[in-house]
Design a protein around this ligand. Structure first.
Ligand code: HEC
Length: 127
């Protein structure tokens, strides 16, 4: 390898490392490997296919149920619109969506109470 190529490859390596680090970090909170990310954002994230896409979960903690005007909710969830997404309501809904809101089209579930609690904590951070 001649000197010019050595200098060039050192320069490329110097550029490539910060780029890889940026990619690995990703957008804050979005790719953090949390249970919310793994079990929920496949439907609630921006990349979800239209057929399964759920409403945005941004700011959902404390908000009224079925309150996103841009989203076509099921009648099952709309029937709960007088309630708010409190800790207790989220816990019951995520344990078994169809028991809490019969007829909902929400398919995500977290049967394990500890995992549910972690998911609800993550939801609180989606502002
Ligand atoms: C298979 C797709 C799918 C998965 C997975 C999924 N959801 Fe949903 N979610 C939906 C759909 C569709 C709705 C709309 C339900 C309706 O209108 O009945 C919804 C509604 C909701 C709502 C009500 C939002 C509002 O605006 O009132 C919350 C909260 C919610 N999901 C949380 C979660 C959480 C937390 C997870 C992970 C445990 C999850 N979802 C996983 C599809 C999904």
């Amino acid at each position: 390898m001649n000197t010019r190529r050595k200098v060039l490859s050192a320069a490329i390596a110097g550029l490539a490392i910060p780029a890889v680090m940026l990619l690995a970090q990703g957008p804050a909170g979005a790719q953090d490997g949390s249970a919310l990310q793994k079990k929920c954002m496949g439907c609630h994230g921006d990349a979800a296919p239209a057929a399964i896409k759920g409403p945005s979960l941004k700011g959902v903690f404390g908000k009224s149920v079925a309150a996103d005007k841009a989203y076509a909710y099921s009648d099952g969830l709309k029937a709960k619109a007088s309630q708010k997404w409190t800790q207790q309501n989220l816990d019951a809904f995520l344990a078994d969506p169809n028991t809490w809101a019969p007829g909902t089209k929400m398919k995500g579930k977290a049967a394990d109470p500890a995992e549910r609690a972690a998911i609800i904590e993550s939801l609180k951070t989606l502002k």
